[in-house]
Design a protein around this ligand. Sequence first.
Ligand code: XMP
Length: 476
Amino acid sequence: MHFLSGPPPYDLTYDDVFLVPRPTEVTSRFDVDLASADGTGTTIPIVVANMTAVAGRRMAETIARRGGIVILPQDLPIGAVADTVAFVKSRDLVADTPVTLGPDDSVSDASALMHKRSHGAVVIVADGRPIGLATAADCADVDRFTRLSAVLTTEMLTVALSTPPRAVFELLDAAHARLAVLTVDGVLAGVLTRVGAVRAGIYRPAVDAAGRLRIAAAVGINGDVPAKAKALVDAGVDVLVVDTAHGHQAKMAEALAAVRALDLGVPLVAGNVVTAAGTRDLLAAGADIVKVGVGPGAMCTTRMMTGVGRPQFSAVAECAEAAREAGGHVWADGGIRHPRDVALALAAGADNVMIGSWFAGTYESPGDLRFDQNGNPYKESFGMASKRAVAARTAADSSYDRARKSLFEEGISSSRMQLDPDRPGVEDLLDHICSGVRSACTYAGARNLAQLHERALIGVQSAAGFAEGRPLPGGW
Ligand code: XMP
């Protein structure tokens, strides 16, 4: 990465900078390979942050199927991590996992579960076999105690799980249907929408050596960190993240060195830092990848509480350069609000880009779907250093200790993340992001992320320059 007019005199964040178009021979977005080189196996450069409001099993399955990876939060008990890992690793690489109910369940049950996934229907099963679909429209104007047997649609396209996605698309097209039910020997095995069939031809799942979807998990720096790390890897996680707000500290280096000594055979990520010195120290202590970001997160109050942090573009650029010199990698963590921010984080040298709150406002996040006074759907996000997260994390402490710890918060406890009416599912956001990043690579003349790191030419802009790039009216 180079600056158009020399290195700037102060630190910058994403809104301050832009990519300058370069002569290119890369003319198609489909010629761009977005796979990372950091050993995590991602085929798109997206990592979902270890936040309770964002990273659960549905998110993990959906993101890995498209080539990214989800980090399960460090607050989860090991048994819950093991269950989620087993669930994700048992998922099909093409078919989505449907929401299922029986014919004697009610419309109320269906309405409560419908939005847990983005395909807009519940599959009604009897003895494991699909007998019909209940869509939102089927459930709209009936008494909520009505049995699903009374509203289900038996007209559905049922095909074998082994049918190639393109053939499923063509069958759906011919039938003017949105969703196919996939079976093995008549037993429900998944569902595939038209857009899901198209995505299967564009994205490559992030898979482990056995061809199963990948998943990551985080551990903090307190307690017996090596034992927790080993338990997570024994449970099947593919990437381990040692995480604390201020990663450049002796306790982190000790924890990291102890985990590295176990030689667990998975990439080790550590953070967070924002300086070259911090990056070098974490790599020296045993990290393969360093997580960069102090205070850019949407739920963070660190900068306002402490004055500590660093604008994210400069932090990523400096840490990425230091990591490259030491043979390591960085992830850009926090502050992503638009596809352009992902492109710029990659241009600054990140191998993967972490996203938290933006993805909280999707069907696949763990929170309950709620509606505001205008009827707009939203889900709640909250920071992992907020009073709410601290209360959950310290539930086993004495009430005095809990009260004491609750006084020290550096995060927002509740924020409404609206679902974008055009992109309510996380895959819609992935399409949006990957389309922007692929296009950015064609403008930069880069066929892959390594070439983007090399060739990116960065300009610095005024607030008016940034405003000029926003489409009218409003939005964005
Ligand atoms: P976004 O902007 O995607 O950022 O939501 C995700 C990252 O934000 C960090 N994070 C926090 N930082 N207090 C903080 O100072 C918090 O309560 C908090 N919660 C999350 C974290 O690095 C995450 O990956």
